[in-house]
Ligand binder design. Structure first.
Ligand code: ACO
Length: 311
């Protein structure tokens, strides 16, 4: 019966076994994974927009090649993740429909504008830095296809993180104007990067069940703390400042403690009212409409091939 199966399922997770697509799983486990993996896929795809906007304006050929490769990686990550979600029985069409209709969430961070070239470096350093902390945690998750996708994605994210950090550190040592541009980008991206990990644990309705079933292996606040502990000292060491007057190192715990996060802003952005929400969705809808002929051509080609195979 159900309780017997649930016990066996939870025992498998406790033993560190991966749950695979054909295996029995509670409907709530399936629902939670579809929610998270599809939102994650949407984040990768929408995440191409703020950076893609700078490809034509990259300052050197080297930077342009790096940025093109990075944005292309993000398209690939989106593909992996849509496939991982499909193993749970949802169709790609249904996921895309949820994104384009505004029903599905995607990461809050991609609803902020990229105002200068230094934002590209800062996204690599801070946003991808936050994504790596989140995704390294998810690489240990109990669902096989998601966990394996995370291993590959984290390897690529590490390159994204390094190129961003290298860029910001270079500008921090550069001309006063470059330095100021780097500082301005840190000032605008620091808080949104902290919000990426989601609300405080006490305000996170999904964490309890996700941790119980080994989908999340750390809580939002734990991942946020790991991110700050790595990045705060590095930013300060570069001679840049962090826009949080309450930020301080706590000897007793070995943690960098932060001041209050503006959760009103976070929920506004999550609710569709951030600075770029409308533009981002509009751009995705336009891309989808303009790509209709490609989908039609693929279908026509598949039908023709099938006909030839029969004949
Ligand atoms: N942006 C948008 N929505 C968010 C964010 C965020 N940064 N953080 C939390 N939320 C939403 C949650 O999706 C949830 O809404 P829902 O139940 O309608 O889906 C609600 O706020 C409450 O939050 P939690 O209960 O804390 O949600 P959860 O336990 O799922 O934790 C988290 C949120 C950490 C983002 C988790 O879902 C996760 O790890 N997702 C997969 C990885 C991912 O998407 N990373 C972000 C992008 S990284 C990148 O693409 C580069």
């Amino acid at each position: 019966d159900y309780n017997e199966r649930l016990r066996e399922f939870e025992a498998r997770i406790a033993r560190g076994e991966k749950i695979e697509p054909g295996d029995w799983m509670p409907e709530e486990y399936r629902r939670q994974l579809i929610r998270m993996i599809s939102q994650h896929a949407h984040s990768e795809v929408v995440g191409m927009l703020p950076e893609g906007a700078w490809i034509t304006r990259a300052p050197t050929l080297k930077r342009k090649m790096i940025l093109v490769a990075k944005v292309q990686d993000e398209a690939g990550h989106g593909q992996y993740l849509y496939h991982a979600a499909e193993t749970l029985g949802i169709s790609r069409e249904a996921m895309l429909e949820a994104l384009l209709s505004g029903k599905a969430k995607y990461s809050s961070i991609f609803n902020y504008p990229t105002l200068t070239w230094a934002d590209i470096g800062t996204i690599g350093w801070l946003v991808d830095g936050a994504a790596i902390k989140n995704q390294t945690m998810l690489a240990a998750c109990s669902y096989g296809p998601y966990s394996r996708a995370m291993v590959r994605i984290c390897a690529e994210e590490t390159f994204h993180h390094k190129q961003g950090k290298e860029m910001v550190l270079l500008y921090a040592k550069g001309t006063p104007k470059q330095r100021q541009m780097a500082q301005d980008a840190i000032n605008r991206w620091w808080w949104p990067a902290l919000m990426m990990m989601g609300p405080h644990d006490k305000d996170s309705p999904n964490t309890e069940i996700l941790v119980r079933w080994g989908i999340k292996t750390k809580t939002n606040d734990q991942v946020r703390q790991e991110f700050i502990n790595e990045h705060a000292p590095e930013i300060l060491e570069a001679g840049l400042t962090i826009p949080d007057p309450a930020l301080r190192y706590d000897e007793a715990t070995g943690n960098w403690l932060h001041g209050p996060i503006n959760w009103d802003e976070f929920w506004q952005v999550v609710g569709g009212n951030g600075p770029m929400n409308k533009e981002r969705l509009e751009a995705r809808r336009r891309a989808h409409a303009e790509g209709a002929w490609v989908r039609e051509a693929l279908e026509a080609y598949a039908a023709k091939k099938q006909k030839t195979a029969v004949a």
